[in-house]
Design a protein around this ligand. Structure first.
Ligand code: ADP
Length: 152
């Protein structure tokens, strides 16, 4: 049976931190679904089309990566895609506490799905999409924080 994982997120925009987690996950899983969640409550900074376009640009050469969008609960999406794992990146203790409660609630609802965490690469420990957005809003250059080819 193929080991399929879903890496859910907003990717608003994708950063080198996300890219690093996705690339390292390729060693562990047969398929990594990068899943852009469409959350009605969160108004994104970049359009869904633009975020998806960047993901394709970065990952289309890797056959084990699939780019999809979803609405609703991540666990329902995992079931639909026959994924047994949810992949998340951990930067800080705050990330861990946040992820722990979601992961454990998911486990109660769908025991067949496990959440797997990859520790953030040290060079990206302070990197987040929200900081990248702040830099952009203030006219700064984010080239070093986003994957090669992402022209913002
Ligand atoms: P969300 O909207 O779910 O917070 P994000 O797009 O911000 O989605 O992040 C998706 C995943 O990537 C989360 O697991 C998050 O912890 C992880 N992540 C974000 N930034 C980094 C980083 N710099 N290094 C490693 N993982 C990261």
């Amino acid at each position: 049976m193929d080991k399929i994982t879903v890496f859910p997120g907003s990717f608003d925009p994708i950063t080198r931190g996300h890219e690093s987690v996705i690339k390292r996950a390729l060693l562990l899983f047969d398929k990594v679904i990068v899943a852009v969640g469409e959350n009605g409550e969160k108004k994104p900074f970049f359009s869904l089309e633009r975020r998806i376009e960047w993901l394709h640009l970065i990952f289309d050469t890797e056959p084990k990566i699939e780019i999809l969008t979803y609405t609703g609960m991540t666990i329902d999406f995992c079931r639909k895609e026959k994924a047994s794992f949810i992949l998340r990146g951990l930067r800080t203790a705050a990330d861990f506490e946040f992820e722990r409660s979601i992961g454990q609630m998911n486990k109660l609802m769908y025991p067949e799905i496990d959440t797997v965490f990859l520790l953030c690469a040290p060079e990206y420990a302070s990197l987040s999409s929200s900081i990248v957005r702040d830099i952009i809003r203030n006219g700064g250059d984010v080239k070093q924080f986003v994957p090669e080819g992402v022209n913002i």
